[in-house]
Design a protein around this ligand. Structure first.
Ligand code: PBG
Length: 324
């Protein structure tokens, strides 16, 4: 046979494949999202998210310690309050479930593990939207920014190292940066969910936070058909002071991750969301695919697309696998 190039030569053994592998997962680049339920006396399993729980104070502390000792890079906290109202005022209270959870996490791991707090109103509003509503029932962008500013100060005071701005309001990064800086909180890092799509893959998350969403989020989250809009959102967020930008979801938006990472010089994160994980968990439970291989391949593809950082519910498990 007259074959000049034989790519298979580099695939012969595990050692050879490892030698030429370009993309490696690294536990330090993983973020573990966790849910903390106000008033829970024991961890509550989330039906649509196998293996994921709404934590109590003590199970949160255990999860944070396990993540840290496995080498996970960060924990991102979502609070699930027992009372909601129209404006999500509880989100701005110094004893909110989210502020308490930040303090509980920081008590465990101190400065060794950056703690991210989700900065959004949807868990705290009766209508489930990410902002406050105007008289016509539409999400009021600028009134929401004032609420985000109050919430940001609460979360920063509680000790959050990073605020995850997930609401997709125009001007949210600039407004929060301004409020923090005015209080001298110049070191609080802003992770902007810059390109967040209106996605069906958030379905299980809505169970996790007991969302009572009426309608949909299409007037503020991005249309799945667009990619230029992602570049615009990212450009604006970086100009307003975003320290890290995020693309969300992950797997259905690999092209967006690639475009965004080519565009910016800040770290790029991607969020492998609830529906993406549950899809794999369900298929694996039905015996349709090899769970561990599917998880590692999924996360590798997100990193290969250009994500520096990956938020995933499998963070601690994958960190343990990588340590093996
Ligand atoms: C909203 C928020 C959502 C997720 C993270 N933050 C839900 C939404 O936008 O509807 C989804 C995360 C996931 O599905 O894992 N604050």
């Amino acid at each position: 046979m007259d074959i000049h190039e034989r790519p298979r030569r580099l695939r012969q053994t595990d050692g050879m494949r490892r030698l030429v592998r370009q993309v490696h997962l690294n536990s330090g680049n993983l973020i573990l999202p966790v849910f903390v339920r106000e008033g829970a006396s024991q961890p509550i399993a989330i039906g649509s998210m196998p293996g994921v729980f709404q934590h109590t104070q003590s199970s949160l502390k255990a999860a944070v310690n396990e993540a840290a000792s496995a080498g996970v890079g960060s924990v991102m906290i979502f609070g699930v309050p027992s009372h909601k109202d129209a404006n999500g005022d509880a989100a701005c209270a110094h004893d909110s479930i989210l502020a308490d959870a930040i303090r509980w996490a920081k008590e465990e791991t101190g400065d060794s593990l950056p703690i991210i707090a989700d900065l959004c109103l949807d868990e705290f509003t009766t209508h489930g939207h990410c902002g406050v509503l105007d008289a016509n029932g539409n999400v009021d962008n600028d009134a929401t920014l004032a609420q985000y500013q109050r919430m940001a100060l609460t979360l920063a005071d509680a000790g959050a190292d990073i605020l995850g701005l997930s609401g997709m309001m125009d001007g949210q990064v600039g407004a929060v940066r301004k409020a923090l800086d005015a209080q001298g909180k110049i070191d609080t890092v802003l992770l902007a969910y810059a390109a967040k799509y209106a996605s069906a893959f958030y379905g299980p998350f809505r169970d996790a936070v007991e969302s009572t969403l009426e309608g949909d989020r299409k007037s503020y989250q991005q249309d799945p058909g667009n990619v230029n809009e992602a570049i615009r959102e990212v450009r604006l967020d970086v100009a307003e002071g975003a320290d890290i930008v995020m693309v969300k979801p992950g797997l259905p938006y690999l092209d967006v991750i690639t475009r965004v990472s080519a565009e910016v010089d800040v770290p790029v994160a991607a969020y492998v969301v609830s529906g993406e994980s549950s899809m794999i968990e369900a298929a694996a439970a039905a015996g349709m695919l090899d769970r561990e291989r599917a998880i590692l391949e999924t996360l590798t593809s997100v990193k290969r697309a250009g994500a520096d950082i990956i938020a995933t519910y499998w963070a601690t498990e994958v960190a343990h696998l990588l340590n093996r």
